[in-house]
Design a protein around this ligand. Structure first.
Ligand code: THU
Length: 265
């Protein structure tokens, strides 16, 4: 018997159902979302984001986890979906958190503690203040954000700030996971957060902190090209002036998936 915790999980499930409206599912038309609960009751949504390169799918729980990490939060106490988690999803959460957690009897949630806090506000991932006034300030901000990277395997922090059309600044960091196939780069983290919160990318500042030649990996080039092909990307070059590019210049001839099975409706 743990009635208050049941009510918490029910509320989180409702939030996950609502968040699913932002899923990007052109290939399956199966919108899905998940919600993480943090130790102070803040909740974090994540949505399913499909790519024309199917294997670059961002699952909802991973999206939520990377949004929380880029916001400087790893204090997850529960992970919830509107349906039972698959064994793979449960493993993703267990490995990411690396603390013991129980699965609820109905399989829709994992929790690290039986005494869950009441559900409070949705996490606001946006950085405080207006967009950077110039490029140097934009790069400086990305360098600060890189401090939030979760990089136990590479010790290679990457940070970015994705400005959006409504004047918001969305942080992104790389978030490593014991299963390397689950690692998201800073750029995909920021993009996934923006999509989850209904924000449209406008400009991206990127720093690979320890690598003044750093630029987006192939997977990030693919996702950025699908969602924002002409996005100005401003890359940190250390002491030298930043370098400018766009996803479509970084990935000429990208796979667009035009002939993939599309929904019949
Ligand atoms: N990484 C990024 O976050 N962005 C890039 O553009 C290049 C690579 C991260 C992912 C992983 O944590 C580490 O760098 C090694 O690939």
């Amino acid at each position: 018997m743990n009635r208050p915790a049941d009510a918490v999980l029910r509320t989180l499930r409702t939030h996950a159902e609502a968040a699913a409206a932002r899923a990007h599912v052109p290939y399956t038309q199966t919108p899905e979302a998940a919600v993480l609960l943090l130790s102070d009751g803040t909740y974090v949504p994540g949505v399913r984001i499909e790519s024309a390169t199917f294997s670059l799918l961002i699952p909802p729980l991973l999206g939520a986890l990377t949004t929380a990490t880029a916001a400087g939060r790893r204090d997850v106490v529960a992970a919830v979906m509107p349906r039972p988690l698959t064994a793979e999803e449960a493993l993703l959460v267990r490995q990411a958190l690396d603390v013991p957690c129980d699965t609820t009897a109905d399989g829709t949630a994992l929790r690290t503690t039986a005494a869950l806090p009441p559900v409070g506000e949705r996490l606001d991932p946006r950085l405080p203040g207006p967009p950077a006034p110039d490029e140097a300030a934009g790069i400086a901000r990305a360098r600060q954000i890189a401090e939030r990277a979760h990089v136990p395997d590479s010790n290679f922090p990457v940070g970015c700030v994705l400005e959006t059309t409504d004047g918001a600044c969305v942080p992104g960091v790389n978030v490593e996971h014991p299963d390397w196939a689950r690692i998201l780069c800073a750029e995909r983290t920021a993009l996934s957060t923006a999509l989850t919160y209904g924000l449209t990318p406008k400009r991206l500042y990127l720093t690979c902190l320890r690598d003044t030649g750093g630029s987006p990996c192939g997977a990030c080039r693919q996702l950025l090209t699908e969602h924002a092909p002409d996005l100005p990307v401003i890359m940190d070059r250390g002491e030298a002036a930043p370098e400018h590019t766009t996803p479509s210049r970084l990935l000429p001839g990208a796979f667009r998936g035009d002939a993939l099975a599309t929904p019949s409706t």
